[in-house]
Design a protein around this ligand. Structure first.
Ligand SMILES: Cc1cc2nc3c(=O)[nH]c(=O)nc-3n(C[C@H](O)[C@H](O)[C@H](O)COP(=O)(O)OP(=O)(O)OC[C@H]3O[C@@H](n4cnc5c(N)ncnc54)[C@H](O)[C@@H]3O)c2cc1C
Ligand code: FES
Length: 254
């Protein structure tokens, strides 16, 4: 458990905040796909911590970033944090994405909505280890496509929007890059219907695929059993055994 200090809180647009936090001591090792449980102080309605993915780790500045969609009491409260505020954070939690054994240019990272959050750190770490990832990011409109410039630092970026205001119109699974290029591993995070469609695509092409689940959580450490997912190994806590799962382990009807 760490008391982290807010260094920046950027409102990317009305519904998203990018919260940057630092610590007096060196931040612990964090792997892409892991998450934090963030305590929301000063709000009686938010007794439980809120699970938020690690969006990026800036080792030079000793900062961890969280991209937060402001949808309810807890996230809206976090969106109002001021520079210098101290926020109590439990991190890193869960198991992250599998890194390839050898650098590859056949890695596809698919993010939808705020599910793009863990893809930035994953992309940075993949690029750092010699891979050249491809990003496929989907949102409702161009306004909801966030951090595009940062993504472009680590690989090629393709987008879809539902209204056609950026990239190809439609859903990520309809993007033409999926037929133009072959991939050997797909990583995805986003709304469950999107991840199921990505998993179905991966299965149809016999491509390895990992998804990051966002089941509702409370404790975040495997104690309350409120986040269980039915898998080939029985009911597993997403917070402890996930949030990243290989699709072959999930009992999704796809
Ligand atoms: C592993 C994991 C990683 C996540 N990463 C991010 C991220 O990087 N950025 C981001 O914006 N959001 C992320 N989420 C979702 C985020 O935790 C919820 O949006 C947040 O907890 C909502 O809190 P709230 O008080 O604002 O809303 P509430 O008023 O509590 O609820 C609003 C909506 O959020 C859902 N929700 C509420 N509590 C949780 C919870 N504990 N877990 C999941 N869903 C919940 C509810 O079903 C409801 O639809 C992640 C969730 C998980 C499980
Ligand atoms: S959130 Fe409590 S067991 Fe997963």
């Amino acid at each position: 458990m760490l008391d982290l200090t807010v260094t920046e809180n950027l409102r990317l647009h009305s519904h998203y905040a990018l919260l940057k936090l630092t610590a007096p001591e060196k931040l612990p090792e964090m792997h892409p796909g892991q998450f934090a449980e963030i305590r929301v102080d000063g709000s009686p309605a938010t007794f439980l911590r809120r699970p938020i993915s690690i969006n990026y780790v800036d080792r030079g500045k000793n900062e961890v970033w969280f991209l937060i969609q402001l949808i309810g009491e807890g996230t809206k409260h976090l969106g109002e944090a001021k520079v210098g505020d101290v926020i109590n954070v439990l991190l890193p939690l869960g198991n992250g994405f599998t890194m390839p054994q050898n650098p590859s240019d056949k890695l596809l990272l698919v993010g939808g909505g705020v599910g793009t959050a863990p893809m930035l750190y994953l992309g940075e770490q993949l690029a750092k280890s010699g891979s050249h990832p491809t990003f496929l990011l989907g949102a409702r409109t161009s306004k909801d496509l966030l951090q595009l410039e940062q993504f472009q630092n680590y690989g090629e970026v393709y987008t879809t929007t539902e209204d056609g205001s950026h990239g190809e119109r439609g859903y990520v699974t309809q993007h033409s890059i999926l037929v133009k290029k072959n991939f050997e591993h797909i990583y995805t995070c986003g709304p469950k219907p999107m991840m199921m469609a990505v998993a179905k695509f991966a299965k149809s092409k016999d491509v390895n695929c990992e998804v990051s689940l966002e089941n509702t959580m409370a404790c975040g450490i495997g104690a309350c059993l409120c986040c269980v997912e039915n898998t080939t190994e029985g009911h597993l806590c997403v917070c402890k055994e996930g949030p990243v799962f290989n699709i072959n382990k999930l009992l999704w009807q796809i």
